[in-house]
Design a protein around this ligand. Structure first.
Ligand SMILES: [Fe+2]
Ligand SMILES: [Fe+2]
Length: 503
């Protein structure tokens, strides 16, 4: 076990010491020589493995924020301690600090009993953050406490975990080959007001091949016989250790990718990041199958100025019955009501602009090997959304492991930020010979879903990193700084109304 943990630590060298200690504490017996130190550490941190803040709709929390904490099983949920903004000012003015503090009980989130031992090591806790909070802590850990009254900087990333699937192995021990911890630090250095995550946290879906132990030796592996791939340990390795600095920097709107479908990493997502109370939504049925769930579409408003608001509409496109997404199937009809809900939530209103956030792109292209024709992906979602995107300014997704902008005439620009750390696509990013929802001979795929004209603009890059979006003066105008893992800008894209162009 110790060598396994060493390998984790090598692959996530930037992760916080507190989190690494936490992993050691509950994953391995404590040697006698270090028992005293461990006991002192445990007492000082109240056993909190991670504390973070997720963005939720006002129907769940009036402040749009909910605190989460990950704890070891067997320990009680900690309290969420907050200092209100007005009282904080009073403290600065030498008034009494005692009246400014509040303690809020956190409620336990419990994984489903049918997840067997996969999540027996941890529990999650939740409590809504009140509005007007200046600072918040769980144990000794600070967590993002508020959304500012005017949002000025938004970080966007997706597709982040270290890929281990059969013989397809990313070098999880290399911070160059898997730079998520560096991406996370760079985002924290940029001090965003909020982070938008466009899905695909979890990628440790196989055991590490014995001949590749230098790359992924000791990686947490799935429990054989269960109809899903994740465990508490794989979520620590893929998310909480490498993303510690990101999670402490700003509230995260944590979208769900196909890697969080219930037959993959959905149990961890339900426990840790799902906005609703049901932490067991993905637990296997009594007949031993993984459920096929689609979470309801929801929205949250991010004010830009007193007369301008960004409405982010969050749609779940994680689940799909077939493994591929390049064919039109009956799933399009299943998914379509969720796009109708997105259309309703994005209804036009003065001063409001809307982005659709989901995982699968509606107008996206994966990189292909040289000489191979490219094609539009996520065909079921493109069909499901057909005719329902007119209220949106931008479509923001992940799924393809690259950064990309595609512009279909008459449609909101598609922006893809699936370059957050998972092994990048390889090959060329090039325009297909036909528009979305047409076959390779140019004929519509279905009489039910009108085909689109081909894109008039395509930009793409195979490079790790993330985006920082900042609003410009005019309504619907944004600057997207595309930064590499070290935080250096490599491209600037400007959005105006529904159009995006990169320099
Ligand atoms: Fe992905
Ligand atoms: Fe994906």
């Amino acid at each position: 076990m110790k060598s396994r943990l060493r390998n984790h630590r090598r692959g996530i060298s930037a992760a916080s010491t507190t989190l690494v200690l936490a992993l050691v504490t509950f994953a391995a017996p404590i040697p006698a020589a270090s028992a005293a130190n461990a006991a002192a550490w445990s007492a000082s941190t109240t056993g909190v493995i991670a504390a973070y803040t997720i963005v939720v709709p006002t129907s769940i929390s009036k402040s749009r924020l909910q605190a989460r904490a990950v704890i070891a099983t067997g320990t009680p949920c900690p309290t969420l301690n907050v200092v209100s903004q007005s009282s904080s000012n009073a403290v600065a003015g030498h008034a009494s600090a005692a009246s400014s503090k509040r303690s809020i009980a956190m409620q336990m989130r419990t994984p489903g009993s049918t997840t067997d031992a996969a999540f027996s090591s941890i529990r999650a806790c939740q409590a809504n953050l009140p509005s007007g909070v200046a600072s918040a802590t769980v144990g000794k850990t600070s967590l993002p406490a508020n959304l500012p009254a005017k949002i000025g900087k938004i970080a966007i990333l997706g597709d982040t975990g270290c890929r281990i699937k059969g013989s397809a192995v990313q070098d999880c021990a290399s911070t160059v080959a898997w730079p998520l911890a560096q991406v996370s630090r760079s985002i924290a250095n940029d001090k965003p007001d909020v982070t938008l995550f466009v899905g695909d946290f979890h990628y440790r879906e196989s055991s590490c091949p014995s001949d590749l132990s230098g790359q992924c030796g000791g990686s947490p592996e799935p429990i054989s016989g269960l109809p899903f791939k994740d465990t508490s340990y794989s979520w620590l390795a893929d998310t909480f250790l490498p993303m510690a600095s990101l999670l402490s920097a700003a509230p995260i709107l944590a979208g769900r990718g196909n890697h969080e479908a219930c037959d993959r990493g959905g149990n961890g997502y339900s426990l840790l990041f799902e906005i609703r109370a049901n932490a067991a939504a993905c637990a296997p049925t009594t007949s031993g199958d993984a459920p096929k769930t689609i979470d309801p579409t929801w929205a949250v408003d991010l004010p830009i100025t007193s007369s301008r608001t960004l409405r982010t509409v969050v749609l779940d496109s994680a689940t799909q019955p077939s493994s591929g997404d390049s064919e039109l199937t009956s799933w399009a009809a299943v998914q379509r009501p969720f796009y109708r809900a997105a259309q309703t939530l994005s209804a036009k209103k003065s001063g409001r602009e809307s982005w659709l956030l989901e995982h699968r792109p509606l107008f996206g292209i994966e990189a292909v090997a040289a000489g191979t024709p490219s094609s539009w992906e996520s065909v079921d979602q493109t069909a499901a959304a057909d005719g329902l995107t007119g209220n949106f300014n931008l479509l923001i997704t992940g799924h393809a492991h690259l950064a990309e902008v595609a512009q279909i005439p008459g449609q909101p620009a598609q922006m893809i930020f699936g370059n957050g750390g998972t092994k990048l696509d390889e090959g060329e990013i090039k325009l297909p010979s036909q528009g979305p929802l047409r076959d390779s001979s140019g004929q519509p795929l279905s009489p039910l879903y009108p085909a689109y004209p081909n894109a008039t603009y395509l930009w793409g890059k195979l490079k790790f990193g993330y985006a920082i979006a900042t609003p410009l003066a005019g309504a619907g105008q944004w600057r997207f700084s595309l930064n590499d893992a070290s935080g250096r800008r490599y491209e600037t894209c400007l959005a105006a109304a529904k159009n995006v162009r990169c320099k």
